[in-house]
Ligand binder design. Sequence first.
Ligand code: ZN
Ligand code: FE
Length: 256
Amino acid sequence: MKPLDVFPLPAFEDNYIWCLRRDGIVAVVDPGDAAPVLDHLSRSGDHLCAILITHHHRDHTGGIAELTARRPVPVHAPDAEAIAGTTHAVSGGDRLTLPELGIDFDVLDLAGHTRGHVGYYRPATLFCGDTLFGCGCGRLFEGTAAQLQAALKRIGALPRLTFAYCAHEYTASGIRFAEAVEPGNTEIEVRGREVARLRAAGLPTVPFTIADELATNPFLRCQEAEVIASVARRLGRAPANELEVFSALRAWRDNF
Ligand code: ZN
Ligand code: FE
């Protein structure tokens, strides 16, 4: 069996539709637009076997109807979000099999950005939608800060060499924020140079590893002294606990 290939199809301003491909068969994650997927299928001759959805936002689901009208493939999507076109509703703890590709995923509950957001994990690979970004995390639209922080901790506890495939190219602005929060963290500076090099060459900064995030993403570093000190300066007092550090960071990021 040939190795599994994972590659992005860019969509809209800064979305990535991730494709998993083996032997001319592809599954797509979060096809917000059908056009780039149909374009790939017609150029390559690949066949679509499945659609995986992390959450209900339009930039992740907008292509489902057109893709399934052409080929009625299974659509795996979070049970809690009633997404039109879903054929297989999933929730945290489920296991999902894509027989055409010979792979399985564990479904992770990543609620926070939206109420039912899920991630798809298999060893070394995580599709995390809009929960974790490079040096950042999703906005709080429906869930609570406690839920989002728990989701990020779940991700942070995965093996360090897991590659995280998020749905947006936001890393450069995440780095700017991380530098403001932790000016003394030289790992952020090193990563910033690499991210700038990739972007200048027109290349994605995604995927990145959990190890990269643990070293540089302030939202995963709420127990670090410099992060706590920066938050304390913003609040004008010491934060009461880790959740308050996280909530204050998220609010700061919203206005950054
Ligand atoms: Zn979203
Ligand atoms: Fe999005």
